[in-house]
Design a protein around this ligand. Structure first.
Ligand code: FES
Ligand SMILES: [Fe+2]
Length: 426
């Protein structure tokens, strides 16, 4: 590989200008967020025909809506007449979308239904639907889309690793379904978006950035992950390929339900329901393992009891938004516990993301003023080291790379796929 991104993204380091160069941001919005699969939301958010939510695909606003036939539609949030934004609220329920500029109305499938004072138009209405995503797909209720339509099958994008992460999360529900009924909340952070795939899957910083959390919540289950030193720790950092990475914390857990901070007797009906669905052996395994901690390129973070999106705003601004895992078919007490846990970890006054946000903003400041190295060379300032654990990670026959939980195996997973996408869609 000899292109611009191959010069900036090496196996063991990347150049800091990747976080600050506005020209690179523009190319990312096209090659990654327009021509590739992007995570948008969940089918439970648009359960009934007419339900809609507004979401970003890169910098474009789209309406994610269930049409009359029950199909999922992803429509540009932009009137087909002169481009006025159609929906200003975040969600709603309607039988059609009417533009307030000149009153055109569109069906839930994006077709143009009515034109006011139509005698002045000689174009066929059928030729003027809302723009729509070229491909829409879902996996276990997780909805993905891309505008270009040439991103290939969703199953290939997710890969075995990405599908497995989603399935492990959904299998925690006694019905096999989770829902996003807790709503979204998030942080607007003055950092480049790529610091979040990095930070969300970084197992090296917990003992430092999150030291205050570890002190304040002494029996939290990260203890086993981060305390006890490098040599004792058995958790793993995994590169599943295709930009899918995982911090596999399961080997460190010392008891079942550590991830939920409770014991079997307090949630007996949930445990019984899980066993009824999966059988005892698998149910016991799920109760021990809990939800996964993984990142699916480019913007979906499965953060144990949270699902988060990384939505770029501009080269130096990102929205990191999340919703609490909610299980279908369980007592509301359990779902409320999951919401409280999510608030404590990722919410505005929480222990985890606010600390990560400070670091991301300081990194962004640190990268200010960097220029890409001249002539694709690797000399000069501004390189970020990502070599940790390269020499000791192992590689399976299927290409999966496995390192120590604190190794930068996960970061290299993101950047290797980033380089591939940015070069192959040039
Ligand atoms: S811009 Fe929407 S009807 Fe004219
Ligand atoms: Fe963190």
């Amino acid at each position: 590989m000899t292109g611009r991104y191959a010069a900036l993204v090496r196996e063991d380091r990347v150049h800091g200008s990747l976080y600050t160069d506005p020209r690179i941001f523009v190319e990312e919005m096209d090659r990654i967020f327009r021509r590739g699969w992007v995570f948008l939301g969940h089918e439970s958010e648009i359960a009934a025909p007419g339900d809609w939510v507004v979401r970003p695909i890169g910098l474009e606003s789209v309406i994610l809506v269930r049409d009359r036939e029950g199909r999922i539609q992803v429509l540009a949030n932009r009137c087909a007449h002169r481009g006025n934004r159609l929906c200003w609220k975040e969600r709603g329920h309607d039988s059609r979308f009417q533009c307030i500029y000149h009153g055109w109305t569109f069906g839930l499938d994006g077709s143009l239904r009515a034109v006011s004072h139509k005698a002045g138009f000689d174009r066929d209405r059928a030729d003027m639907p809302l723009d729509r995503a070229g491909q829409v797909g879902s996996h276990r209720g997780f909805i993905f889309a891309n505008m270009s339509g040439d991103a290939g099958p969703l199953a290939d994008h997710l890969g075995v690793g990405g599908r497995d992460l989603i399935e492990r999360l959904c299998d925690l529900s006694p019905t096999g379904n989770i829902h996003f009924g807790a709503g979204w909340i998030g942080h607007r952070i003055e950092s480049n978006w790529k610091m979040w795939p990095e930070s969300d899957s970084d197992g090296y910083h917990l003992d430092f950035v999150h030291a205050s959390m570890l002190r304040a919540v002494p029996d939290n289950y990260y203890d086993e992950t981060v305390i006890g030193g490098e040599s004792k720790n058995v958790s793993r950092a995994i590169d599943h390929g295709g930009g899918v990475s995982e911090l596999d914390l399961r080997p460190s857990y010392r008891r079942e339900l550590a991830w939920l901070g409770t014991t079997r007797d307090k949630i007996a009906s949930y445990c019984a329901a899980l066993e009824a669905r999966h059988g005892k052996e698998r149910a016991d395994r799920l109760l021990w393992d809990g939800p996964p901690h993984g990142f699916i390129f480019p913007n979906l973070f499965l953060g144990e009891g949270n699902v988060a999106r990384v939505d770029p705003v501009d080269v130096g601004t990102v929205l990191h938004v999340h919703t609490a895992l909610q299980l279908e078919g369980v007592d509301q007490v359990l779902n409320r516990r999951l919401v409280r846990q999510s608030e404590a970890g990722l919410g505005p006054a929480s222990f985890i993301v606010p600390d990560d946000a400070i670091i991301a903003e300081r990194m962004q400041i640190g990268f200010q003023g960097l220029q890409p190295p001249l002539n694709g060379g690797d000399n000069g300032p501004g390189w970020i080291d990502l070599s940790r654990g390269r020499a000791r990670e192992s590689r399976a026959d299927d290409g999966t790379r496995v390192g120590h939980v604190s190794d930068e195996t996960t970061n290299r997973a993101f950047w290797r796929h980033y380089r591939h996408v940015m070069e192959s869609r040039a």
